[in-house]
Design a binder for this molecule. Structure first.
Ligand code: BGC
Length: 374
């Protein structure tokens, strides 16, 4: 049997294995345990180091996925000592399915999924479940899925901030004509955002205090299509649009580009994600507001839940703060609070470490930053 020293080495090795989620790589491997060598065990853990997988959706619907979610998730898992592999499906559902498959084959025990639509997301989740792999819906809920948790923001609240933001920016000037540029019809979040902003805008439409002149969804949140769609909205209304409820900064920028191409004056345009471009558009007055979602908090919460799932433990008390119905069942959820950003509180996104001045206050924006007190 083992000497006390090799027993200790084995114990340390096992502890490292558990830490690295490499239970399968260590505990069930007779060669490693009988050798009693911690370096062999942890070495095995290091080479089999793909234990949490993240499936990001694309690079075109928002810069957030690659610019914020990827580095912040990497940092969150790194500081927890958990190996993570992050993939991006570039908007392709079958690619995402293959990436999920590959991550599972490589030993992932937990997947974080940002689905491309609920159907493909649910298929990924049921396959994972059949292989003993747990899934966390990251940012987007998979309807009729089988995720263990859902980590996101209160997305109806995001929409309410956009609706109220637009109303505030429009002020009390007659009966404004409003155009709604909604997110992807296949993204459950887009439905929730709309629910939020329509809860603010519809009573105004109904009371004749504002007029809805256009209302259209943008497939896959595609900014190029948004430009065409908004162009058509301007065409149809004879340029008579006084405010744009754009569901994120990318769509907002498409509307701004179309307005500029027609040499029309600045009008209130909303957004979401507090992207560098969105913040620049706010500084220049082309955009009126954005919604800041602290992705760091979202990434941290998701990493904690992933670790709890992989180790079979309950997550820390208070982390899971709600349930969200996926139309078949309630999914335990972490729902974080979004914040509206206008020129007046633009500092928030820098003070929070989300954006760096050098990524925003460049070229013609340098003097605007100084003026805004940045
Ligand atoms: C996210 C937004 C993002 C949009 C497009 C939504 O599901 O919540 O932050 O702008 O997708 O990627």
């Amino acid at each position: 049997m083992h000497s006390p020293i090799s027993r200790r080495a084995l114990a340390i090795g096992m502890a490292l294995c558990v830490l690295a989620f490499a239970v399968a790589a260590c505990g069930s491997d007779d060669n490693n345990s009988s050798s009693g060598s911690s370096s062999t065990s942890s070495g095995a853990a290091a080479t089999k180091a793909q234990k949490v997988g993240v499936l990001l959706p694309d690079t075109k619907s928002s810069v957030r996925w690659e610019s914020f979610d990827r580095p912040l998730l990497e940092a969150a898992f790194k500081s927890a000592g958990v190996p993570v592999t992050i993939e991006n499906a570039q908007g392709d559902k079958s690619t995402q399915q293959q990436q999920a498959e590959q991550l599972i084959t490589n030993g992932a025990k937990v997947l974080l999924l940002v689905n491309l639509d609920s159907g493909s997301g649910a298929a990924i989740e049921s396959n994972a479940q059949s292989r003993g792999v747990k899934v966390i819906d990251y940012d987007r809920l998979t309807l009729k899925g089988s995720a263990s948790y859902y980590v996101s923001f209160d997305n109806v609240a995001v929409g309410k901030l956009q609706g109220q933001g637009l109303v505030d920016c429009l002020g009390n000037s007659g009966t404004p004509s409003i155009a709604e540029l909604n997110g992807s019809p296949t993204d459950n979040n887009a439905t929730l955002f709309k629910q939020g902003y329509d809860s603010v805008l519809k009573p105004l439409y109904d009371a004749g205090k504002a007029k809805k002149v256009a209302d259209q969804s943008v497939p896959d949140w595609d900014n190029q299509q948004a430009l065409t769609i908004f162009e058509q909205m301007l065409q149809k209304t004879n340029n008579k649009i006084d405010g744009v409820l754009a569901a994120n900064d990318g769509l907002g920028n498409s509307a701004i580009s179309a307005l500029k191409a027609r040499k029309l004056k600045q009008i209130p345009v909303t957004g979401q994600d507090a992207t560098p471009q969105g913040i620049q558009n706010i500084l220049s007055g082309d955009q009126c507001m954005t919604v800041y979602k602290a992705v760091k908090k979202e990434a941290d919460a998701a990493s904690k839940l992933a670790i709890a799932l992989a180790t079979g433990k309950q997550p820390e008390a208070g982390l899971v703060n709600g349930k969200t119905n996926d139309t078949a069942k309630d999914v335990p959820s972490v729902l974080l609070k979004p914040e509206a950003i206008t020129k007046d509180n633009i500092k928030v996104v820098f003070d929070d470490g989300f954006l760096k001045k050098e990524d925003v206050c460049t070229g013609k924006y340098a003097s605007m930053c100084t003026e805004a007190g940045l």
